[in-house]
Each structure stands twice: as C-alpha cells, then as structure tokens.
Write a protein that binds this ligand. Structure first.
Ligand code: NAP
Length: 277
C-alpha cells in the first residue's frame, strides 16, 4: 500500500515559513493578478490565490478586465504593471479569450516580474540549466514534494504524461536538470501503458482519467497533477487513485496533493521576485 503524499500538509508548512519571512521584511511584496472575463474556474483560482496571499501577508491586487478587451489594451495594462515599482509580481490568469494570443501576452510580462516563470527568458534559463527569476509554480511544487519525501530523482526513469508549456514541458526539463532520465508522453503517444509501466516516477498532467493500475510499475512514485470534475461533479485527478495506491510506493491524492503546492510556490515566487528587485 502506497504512502499518501500530503501535499496540503507540505504546502501548509511552506505557508508558515513564508509568513515568518514576511514578518521580517520592511515592505510587503505585491502580486498583481489580471483576470480577463469571468470564467468560473479562473475566478475560483484567482480567489484562492488572493486568499492565500492575504493569509501570508502578501499584498494582492486583482485587476478584472472585460472579456472583449483588445490584445493591445491588455498589453498596455501589463506594461503599466511592469513599470510600476510598487508591483513586484505579475500574473495573467489563463486561459485567455480566444481572440487574444497567449504568446504575445506572456511576452509582454517583464521577466523580473514573471511570477509564473512562463516568459522566454525564464523558460530559456530553465532550458540552459540556469536558475530563472521564477520557476513555473506547478513543476516547482512537484519537485518540492519529491524532495520533501526524500524521493531520489537522479538516475530514475521519470515519465511525464502531458506536454503543456505550463506543466509537462517545464517539469520534464526540471527533472532532467535533476539528472532523471525523462520520457515525455502526449495524446499522440503510441502504447502509453508500455511506457508508463517503465516509470520509477510517473507524473500525469492531462486533465482526464488516463492512468490505471495496469499502467504502473510496482513501487513506482505516482504524482497526479490533473484536476477536473468527474461525471458526479466530484473533484478528481488523472490517476485511478484507489487501485493504483495498491501497487505504488508513493502517490498524491486529488484534491490535497499538487494543487496546494502550486499556490504555495506562487507565494514563494512572489517573495523571491520582491527580494530580487
Ligand atoms: P493541457 O494544456 O490541456 O495539456 C494536456 C496535455 O495532456 C497535452 O499535452 C495533451 O497532449 C495530453 N493528453 C491529452 N489526452 C491525452 C491522452 N489520452 N494520453 C496522453 N496524453 C494526453 O493541460 P495543462 O494545463 O497542462 O493541465 C493538465 C491538467 O493539470 C489539467 O487537469 C489541469 O487542470 C491540471 N493542472 C493542475 C494544476 C495543479 O496545481 N494541480 C496546475 C495546472 C494544471 P497534446 O499535447 O498532444 O494535445
């Protein structure tokens, strides 16, 4: 039976450390969050971030913009925040409305305020093995969980299912930088079970139930990044948790696994950007 990785517990510990750190700072770090439109999931995430920032003592400002805002206007707003010395971290809540090009928006964020670590400079640094201004929050949270549980990464075969720019790709690079042997899988991968069964560390970031017991090697470490509602409107992840936990050595639950770590890392990144400025 697997050890259940307590993401919520580790995130709470980080929160306490950050509160401690903030109490010793002269000013409050300031996180600006831009939300475009009123997508329900985005509103939920933005509120969670705001609440956590308040709890820690980080100043947060939510800038709500109209669904129909022009790309140019949004870029102007980001540039305004880039030039505002009282703002230390800028986050644009994704996804964006279809008429806005995500790459153009990410490009507009100043790398030294890029709290999500998505800009070309920060992802390029990651690629080159240089410490970026900020690491992408979810991959950073996953690596922190592995380290917290003393799970060795070096020399292990890590299989990452999902190749998005925000989770799968940066996570694969970060695992590679930690000397894992990394395989990246996606929707066009043939014989997915054959590959996942080779994983010492199996990480799924898909958003659908894709990982079942017969796809997992005995005593593997299974990290579930996925989060979505099932047919009964219950929050769930990519992994068939109940059955996979029977053979894995470690497993993250959904909820209370990777999710709280992402928010904790966002808060840590905000403080780190403040300190760098
Ligand atoms: P995304 O951009 O939709 O990417 C999903 C990836 O899964 C794509 O690379 C896609 O392949 C791949 N995929 C789709 N169907 C597949 C299949 N049947 N087999 C193998 N791969 C498949 O999603 P994302 O933004 O990375 O997020 C992934 C999940 O993580 C979502 O549930 C999201 O809500 C969750 N998430 C959680 C956190 C957290 O803090 N816990 C943070 C971010 C995201 P292609 O590239 O070929 O299309």
């Amino acid at each position: 039976m697997a050890i259940i990785i307590d993401g919520k517990g580790v995130a709470d510990k980080i929160t306490e450390q950050l509160k401690q750190k903030i109490s010793q700072l002269q000013d409050k770090p300031h996180l600006a969050v831009i939300q475009i439109g009123n997508n329900a999931a985005s509103t939920l995430y933005v509120n969670l971030k705001k609440k956590k920032a308040e709890e820690i003592g980080i100043k947060s400002t939510v800038i709500s913009l109209d669904e129909n805002i022009a790309e140019k206007e949004l870029i102007c707003k980001i540039e305004e925040l880039n030039n505002d010395n009282s703002v230390h971290a800028v986050l644009v809540q994704l996804p964006l409305p279809k008429h806005i090009n995500e790459n153009n928006i990410i490009k507009a964020i100043a790398p030294n305020k890029d709290v999500d670590g998505f800009t070309a400079q920060n992802t390029g640094d990651l690629f080159n093995g240089i410490k970026p201004k900020a690491y992408p929050c979810t991959p950073k949270g996953v690596l922190k969980l592995l380290k917290e549980y003393n799970i060795e990464i070096q020399g292990k075969h890590a299989v990452v299912v999902g190749r998005s720019n925000i989770v799968g790709k940066p996570l694969a690079i970060m695992l590679l930088n930690e000397h894992a042997t990394v395989t990246i899988c996606h929707s066009k991968t043939k014989n997915l079970p054959e590959i996942t069964k080779q994983a010492d560390i199996l990480i799924s970031a898909v958003g659908k139930k894709v990982i079942f017991k017969d796809m997992v090697k005995k005593d593997a470490v299974v990290i579930d990044v996925g989060i979505f509602k099932d047919e009964n409107n219950k929050t769930t992840g990519d992994v068939d948790f109940e059955n996979v936990k029977e053979i894995a050595a470690y497993i993250t639950p959904v909820p209370k696994g990777v999710g709280p770590m992402t928010i904790a890392c966002l808060m840590e990144n905000t403080i780190e950007l403040y300190e760098q400025q």
